[in-house]
Design a protein around this ligand. Structure first.
Ligand code: HEM
Ligand code: HEM
Length: 193
């Protein structure tokens, strides 16, 4: 069990950097899928390396989380809320890893070359050429993108709920070195306890 009260600097840097990258990828993906011509290729040239960078950073982040466990949520929170927080974090990790793998697998099954940077650096195919598999993975990529977007919206709502209603220092622990205890004391002071 962890007795830390704030996220480590590396956890915070990874969290905010990846939040910007993932939100960017969701919008780039939607614009890309609804465009044709040179604009489509420009967005695709951005989508592939950014997606692979998210995959690599997600692995680093998972390892970092195992080495430096996150602060515990307050024991005063109902167990259903703590369960929901843990389940949503696990699902976010699963999607951060599954989305790029499905994208990479989709292009492999479609038999497309997968340039990462310019035309010289190609990613190897991870699946055999198979048009039926390509179609399934193409649909899966869209469904997972909707799921990820929905979860991120719920996650942001939960962060704002902690900040504005519970005032328990959870958002501060992801923003600064300020501990959750300090946040809880702030909230006690505000409520006159
Ligand atoms: C976290 C990582 C990723 C996110 C959030 C993401 C998100 C998206 C979204 C939202 C779409 C549009 C879906 C639709 O409107 O149907 C899309 C399409 C696509 N993505 Fe990704 N993606 C990621 C990683 C990747 C990777 C790593 C690759 C390939 C190496 C990839 C390849 C594609 C392709 C080929 C399309 C279809 C474009 C088309 O319609 O022609 N994606 N992605
Ligand atoms: C694509 C966007 C985002 C993703 C994928 C994401 C993912 C995650 C994950 C996996 C965690 C668990 C801690 C960890 O292992 O790093 C977490 C924690 C947290 N995130 Fe995000 N996040 C995103 C955006 C945001 C935004 C925009 C906010 C603020 C409005 C936010 C606030 C927080 C807070 C306060 C925590 C700590 C929650 C706790 O300890 O229970 N996140 N986030």
């Amino acid at each position: 069990m962890s007795n830390m009260t704030s996220f480590s600097l590396l956890s915070r840097i990874l969290h905010w950097m990846m939040a910007i990258m993932i939100l960017g990828m969701l919008f780039v993906g939607v614009f890309m899928a609804s465009t044709v011509g040179p604009e489509y290729h420009r967005l695709m040239t951005l989508h592939r390396p950014l997606g692979i960078a998210i995959l690599l950073l997600a692995v680093v982040r998972l390892a970092n989380r195992l080495c430096s466990p996150p602060p515990l949520l307050s024991a005063e929170l109902p167990s259903t809320m703590r369960f929901a927080a843990n389940a949503s974090h696990i699902s976010l990790y699963a999607l951060m890893i599954a989305m790029p793998l499905v994208g990479w697998g989709m292009l492999s099954a479609g038999g497309y070359p997968i340039p990462l940077w310019g035309q010289s650096m190609l990613l190897p195919p991870i699946l055999p050429h198979n048009p039926v598999l390509w179609a399934r993975l193409r649909a899966t990529h869209t469904v997972l993108a909707f799921l990820l977007f929905g979860l991120v919206l719920l996650h942001i709502s939960a962060a704002l709920f902690h900040r504005l209603i519970l005032r328990d220092g959870v958002l501060q622990s992801m923003l600064t070195r300020k501990s959750r205890c300090d946040g809880a004391l702030d909230s006690d002071r505000m409520s006159g306890r």
